[in-house]
Design a protein around this ligand. Sequence first.
Ligand code: SF4
Length: 211
Amino acid sequence: MLKVNEIFHSIQGEGAHSGERCVFVRLTYCNLRCSYCDTEYAFYEGEEMSIEKIIDEVEKYDCNLVEVTGGEPLVQKESLNLMTKLCDLGYTTLLETSGSLPIEKVDRRVQIVMDFKTPSSKMSGKNRYENIKFLKPEDEIKFVIGNREDYEWSKKTIENFDLARKNILFSVVFGKLEPVKLVEWLLKDKLNVRFQLQMHKYIWEPERRGV
Ligand code: SF4
């Protein structure tokens, strides 16, 4: 059984699949408390569901792209079996994880989007850098940047861990840093990263749940 906060159908707002239809399975619980968290409602709220019941819900949307997200999905060990089952059924399966828990047991067919928490999140001490060696070429590393210090830290982290050849995503903390600032910085520094906006926050009201 897994505790599930919500299952919904929307547009993927981030990463390589942005703009595509996607079913989101948001699992309950998180081991972190980021300063800018926009899904605090997923810390405890949810309903116990079997993997079969979750799959039944996902199937209703007739959509081949599924993202397992949270909270932090890897808090619940059963999430590994859910992702494997989704892959077995032929779904393109994404995992959004905070990067603070081990990823080595995640099915290799799953595309991982892993955060590195920047200083303004107040959670940068929780980054599990050992995860880097388990990332596959198609996986992505995301830096959510709230100020210049975060930006400098992210640049240094890319350098220190030799991440330049990975798929790197840079986005702003919504409402904290103007997107134009971040774009100006990365153009000036000629960084080979992918800038992104959380598309869903522009399509709908930023605070809206289930989109
Ligand atoms: S890891 Fe994600 S869900 Fe958990 S506190 Fe941070 S932003 Fe919120």
